[in-house]
Design a protein around this ligand. Structure first.
Ligand code: SAJ
Length: 434
């Protein structure tokens, strides 16, 4: 069978992975159609507007459009179909592949012999080898061996997407050596990093292990914070010192692990190996219960204040992004909102000002801090280092800051108290405000 060179690519799913990927492939010289089911998203892009805010993306987008990048709500014929749609979990923590199935179904009418399908979405192990052929069959493509199929998981960090798409190593896992080779030739067009060629199930598992590695290691640090509630230790100091060891790298504890990847991906392994994953399951539980652990401690610290007002700073799942999916902050807001006597003021300068969370609007820093009895920092936005200062604390009824991200410079605050994980359970702080 002759090998066709790749000339055209259809990218299905234009979120924070698919859209930058479509831009880079088009910029490398291939004919690219970006496809998304959201009509308003497509009309925005077709009018030359870039709806995502990611460093470096806008300029590359305009260049790619000038080179012929187009957008559509329906797939068109192409040599390669790159699928990058969300793969969340259901309430029972099993993978929800509905959007992936719709994407596969949508390409069947335009598929032809020897087309290459590349799945970039994160998926449970064996999805590419076992699930995809069945789904293709269900939607009218009977014989997967007439296609080339590969899994090339995305591994980019929001905020650094354009850099990481080009410079990170990529895992290229074909279901056959030919599929691997063809997928490699696509990624070589725009990736400077190493292309690691393997099979599909190894590619699926590698991606999941990367995010699980982080989840397990964050859980270890979060567990240290939980230990500090029963032992007179300073977790941040311990992590700082331990990390001087050349072979130790403890991650940072926080109010929980959020986002649509690390808080979700470990479940994809658990689903396929329930009895073999006690460590992964425990780590998930440790991180998932952090919001409850923090909320409980905040309420203890506020004991004795009849109707405490808490200013919550940081709603995004991590610093310097606007994304609130699976954010531990929102879990803490939910838990505190369920207490009838607690009043909450929310503030996140990265998140849209009209957003409402559990009945609370997103306020300015000044509105949120005014007359508050406690200011709790749940996200490490760089701007909080500046905006949480003596002038802001002067507006509070009690100038008390609880910093769960260790991002506030204590030295720059002279007119109040800053508690971080080293002092969250130190009794002197409880007594001083009771
Ligand atoms: N977090 C901590 N302590 C830390 C590091 C992170 O509590 O020391 C928290 C963050 O605040 C956040 C969560 O963990 O709530 C996840 O943040 P993250 O920056 O670790 O990762 P994501 O979810 O933004 O992106 C991850 C990345 N994976 C790895 O670094 C192994 C990225 O490369 C993947 O492409 C992405 O998941 C994905 O799409 O899977």
């Amino acid at each position: 069978m002759t090998r066709r060179p790749i000339q055209s690519v259809c990218v299905i799913g234009l979120g924070y992975v698919g859209l930058p990927t479509a831009v880079l492939i088009a910029d490398s010289g291939l004919r690219v159609t970006g496809v998304d089911i959201r009509e308003e998203w497509i009309s925005e892009l077709s009018s030359g507007n870039m709806p995502l805010d990611e460093p470096g993306l806008q300029a590359r987008f305009l260049r790619a459009v000038s080179k012929g990048l187009t957008f559509s709500t329906k797939p068109v014929m192409a040599d390669v179909f790159v699928i990058a749609v969300p793969t969340p979990v259901h309430a029972d923590r099993l993978a929800n592949l509905d959007l992936l199935e719709s994407a596969v179904a949508s390409i069947v009418p335009v598929l032809k012999e020897r087309d290459l399908i590349v799945i970039e979405s994160t998926i449970p192990p064996t999805t590419t080898d076992r699930w995809l052929p069945e789904v293709l069959r269900r939607h009218g493509w009977d014989d997967v061996s007439r296609l080339d199929v590969a899994h090339c998981p995305e591994r980019i960090l929001p905020g650094r997407i354009m850099h990481e798409l080009v410079h990170n190593a990529r895992i290229i896992g074909g279901t056959t050596p030919r599929a691997t080779m063809r997928a490699s030739s696509l990624y070589r067009m725009f990736v400077d990093g190493k292309l690691l060629e393997t099979n599909a199930v190894n590619a699926e598992m590698t991606k999941l292990m990367e995010n699980t590695f982080r989840d397990v290691n964050i859980a270890l640090s979060n567990e240290l914070v939980k230990i500090s509630s029963v032992l007179p230790i300073e977790p941040l100091e311990i992590i700082r010192m331990a990390n001087y060891h050349p072979r130790v790298h403890l991650l940072q504890p926080g109010p929980g692990v959020g986002g649509h990847c690390i808080a979700v991906d470990p479940y994809f392994i658990v689903e396929k190996a329930l009895n073999e994953t006690p460590l992964i399951q425990t780590a998930r539980h440790t991180n998932a219960t952090m919001p409850e652990f923090i909320a409980k401690r905040l309420l203890q610290l506020l004991t004795g204040i009849p109707s405490p007002k808490i200013a919550v700073f940081g709603l995004a799942y991590k610093g310097n992004v606007a994304d609130t999916r699976e954010s531990p902050s929102l879990e803490i807001v939910k838990l505190l909102s369920s207490r009838p006597h607690v009043r909450l003021n929310l503030h996140d300068p990265m998140v849209h000002p009209n957003s409402i969370f559990h009945g609370h609007s997103n306020m300015t820093a000044i509105e949120a801090a005014s007359n508050a009895d406690m200011l709790i920092v749940l996200t490490d936005h760089a701007c909080f280092g500046e905006s949480i200062n003596d002038a802001l604390l002067a507006l509070m009824r009690t100038p008390l800051v609880v910093d769960t991200r260790n991002c506030i410079r204590k030295e720059s605050i002279t007119g109040g108290t800053v508690i971080n994980f080293d002092s969250l359970f130190a009794d002197r702080f409880v007594h001083s405000i009771l």
